[in-house]
Ligand binder design. Structure first.
Ligand code: HEM
Length: 632
């Protein structure tokens, strides 16, 4: 084994380059990690060893996978004047008011691709047709339901969206495959690129959303967005009488983000408006002197922290369903000493002992906070979306936990945009939640890209339909290349992972290997990132690839540790004591659903997490130390 690791470095001289730039300490860590990777056993190691491995890996990624892309020259300001989240994400970083605000640069986890291949090599429509297009819907078993699928879109719309240029590109399918393409040609706007002042990146892309975990998907990304959603009474947000979002005169939902929305996504926006308004009621009762502005600001802090918490210790745990990750994500929030110790004594240790939340100071590892191009690319998971949404009859007399009977199957295309909003208001919030709870999402694998997204009406930033239909599968391949995101093998090398040297290293599936040959020949360096991530053999329990996971490992921690409102200002002075209590007593999506629909999960949810398919068996976390286990 030692020999194979050694020979591996000889075959890949770039790794020698990397190692020679590291400190002795890091190069020993790096070599140890490669050795463990080569053995392929980390996920099989007992929980504690797994956690140590991930902590070491995170350290290396923090050191080698955060590039300074420049472009931030904000002003100093007095943090005491801003003990709340601003509308456009300004005034969060302690010494620079602009970092993390709307319109700042996407960061980079690695240098732009050095690939010699052109934007159309191989042609994106060929990749889409031969490797991505759904043949037959593949679900991911009982692990992940449609609430979980919508949740991740809900989060993407909190964090990232690329600003577009005014210039359009047209992609035409080559003659030999044009007949097999839903669109023979399609047009879309280029990604806007702006010169940076950084020597490591000539031009970067701008994020039109605030990258902080600040609930902007509910509250908007700037002053106008914030004004649109607020009632300016008792701190509350607008919500319709049926519990769903209100709509403007054009049928566009009144919410923090309305681009490319569908009914499942707007349902979650509505649920968290309800949560925000409930927090306002609680605060008003306990702090009767608070005016509208104070109620709004505090309720936003609590609700967005709750969203971050649910994502960390509930959603991610379902996505990466292993004991190691269950413990790891709880450690990120509560620390190794666990919730009880933190409740009693507060944040008494460092990030490992007491968690990232509540650290005395934010940590950005010397690189201003942003979300990255690579992060955006690994979250391209449209294959989670099914072809139809299965609506269930919740008025049936099914016995406890039984899957309610099917009422109708609605094509997903009809659940998108304004039409989807109309459908949702007919279905209603409760029926929609129970239906989504019982439906498995798609698997992140090849040949599972939804066909209905290959001639999609996309929306602009105001939620209005675009004039031109797009083939999303082909467009996503183009986007990664246009944004100079490394192709799969270069991506892995940059993440200190072992690259593939033949297709068989990626998958055992002979049909897939044959298709990869057809599209890329024998050239493994040409493999597109999106295809590699979907083809990669998955670790048992992981709904995503290990390659994508290492970006998550880095970025999921960074979203917490770099944010003043999860570190220095995560205290009762900023949140109020009652606000912190609210947050502390709410752990999961199920808790939020129970608050607003007290009978629902009792009747319909058999499993432990609201993100698993609801009639599946509950989890038994027998392998975890007791103090790390979630409350029963
Ligand atoms: C019905 C649901 C959805 C629709 C209609 C939709 C549509 C779109 C469209 C039109 C784009 C812009 C493509 C471009 O111009 O490059 C996009 C981007 C994206 N979508 Fe979705 N999407 C949906 C659900 C999801 C889900 C479930 C995920 C899961 C993670 C997801 C992740 C992303 C990501 C990461 C991007 C790239 C964002 C960026 O370029 O900054 N989407 N989506």
């Amino acid at each position: 084994m030692a020999f194979s690791v050694f020979s591996y470095f000889i075959i890949h001289p770039q790794l020698w380059n990397l190692i020679s730039n590291m400190s002795l300490f890091d190069s020993i860590l790096f070599s140890a990690i490669h050795f463990v990777d080569k053995l392929g056993v980390w996920h099989r190691l007992p929980v504690i060893l797994g956690i140590i491995y991930l902590a070491i890996r995170r350290h290396l990624h923090q050191r080698y996978n955060l590039l300074h892309v420049g472009g931030i020259n904000g002003l100093k300001y007095d943090t005491k004047q801003f003990s709340y989240r601003t509308a456009d994400g300004k005034c969060n970083h302690p010494t620079d008011d602009t970092i993390g605000s709307q319109g700042t640069f996407f960061g980079r986890n690695m240098p732009p691709s050095s690939s010699p291949y052109g934007l159309l090599d191989p042609h994106p429509t060929i990749v889409a047709n031969k490797l991505l297009a759904r043949k037959k819907f593949i679900d991911n078993g009982k692990q992940f339901n449609m609430i979980a699928c919508s949740w991740i879109q809900f989060m993407i719309h909190d964090w990232i969206d690329h600003m577009e240029d005014t210039q359009q590109v047209e992609i035409r399918a080559p003659n030999e495959i044009a007949n097999g393409c839903p669109l023979k040609s399609f047009k879309f706007y280029k990604t806007k690129k702006v010169a940076t002042k950084s020597p490591s990146l000539k031009a970067g892309c701008l994020n039109t959303r605030t990258p902080w975990w600040d609930g902007s998907v509910v509250y908007g990304n700037n002053e106008d967005g914030m004004r649109r959603v607020r009632t300016f009474k008792d701190g509350k947000l607008k919500i319709a009488a049926d519990g769903l979002l209100e709509h403007d005169e054009n049928g566009i939902p009144i919410s923090g983000d309305v681009r490319n929305c569908w009914a499942g996504f707007s349902l979650l926006q509505a649920l968290f408006v309800k949560e925000h308004n409930a927090v306002c009621d609680m605060l008003q009762e306990n702090y009767p002197d608070f005016d509208d502005e104070e109620l709004y600001r505090h309720a936003r802090l609590v609700t967005s922290a709750l969203i971050a918490k649910i994502h960390t210790i509930d959603w991610t745990v379902e996505l990466l369903k292993t004991d190691t990750l269950l413990a790891g994500m709880r450690i990120n929030w509560y620390g190794f000493l666990g919730k009880k110790v933190k409740d009693l004594f507060g944040h008494i240790g460092g990030p490992l002992l007491s968690g990232l939340v509540g650290l005395k100071r934010p940590r950005d590892h010397g690189v201003p906070y942003s979300l990255t191009e690579e992060f955006s690319s690994v979250y391209r998971m449209h294959s989670l979306l099914p072809d139809t949404l299965i609506i269930r009859d919740i008025n049936s007399t099914s016995s406890e936990f039984e899957c309610p009977p099917v009422l109708e199957e609605v094509p997903m295309r009809e659940m998108v945009g304004k039409e989807g909003e109309k459908r949702l208001s007919k279905i209603g919030m409760e029926k929609m939640l129970v239906s989504m709870g019982h439906q498995a999402s798609g698997a992140v694998t090849l040949w599972n890209y939804p066909s209905w997204m290959r001639n999609l009406i996309a929306h602009d930033i105001n939620g209005e339909d675009r004039a031109d239909l797009v083939d999303m599968a082909a467009m996503e391949i183009y986007r990664d290349r246009e944004r100079e995101v490394a192709r799969y093998n270069e991506f892995r090398r940059n993440l200190l992972m072992i690259p593939i040297s033949k297709w068989e290293d990626l998958t055992d599936d002979e049909e897939v290997i044959e298709a990869l040959h057809q599209v890329y020949g024998n050239d493994v360096e040409k493999l597109d990132l999106l295809v590699g991530l979907h083809a990669e053999k998955k670790i048992k329990g992981f709904a995503i690839s290990e390659t994508a996971f290492f970006i998550f490992l880095l970025v999921a921690s960074r979203r917490l540790e770099a944010d003043r409102f999860f570190t220095t200002n995560f205290n009762s002075k900023t949140y109020t004591q009652k606000g912190l209590d609210w947050l502390n007593s709410t752990e999961t999506m199920k808790d939020v659903i129970d608050r607003h629909f007290p009978e629902m999960t009792k009747k319909w949810m058999k499993c432990s997490s609201a993100f698993a398919v609801w009639d599946s068996e509950p989890d038994h976390m027998n392998h975890l130390p007791l103090y790390l286990r979630p409350a029963p």
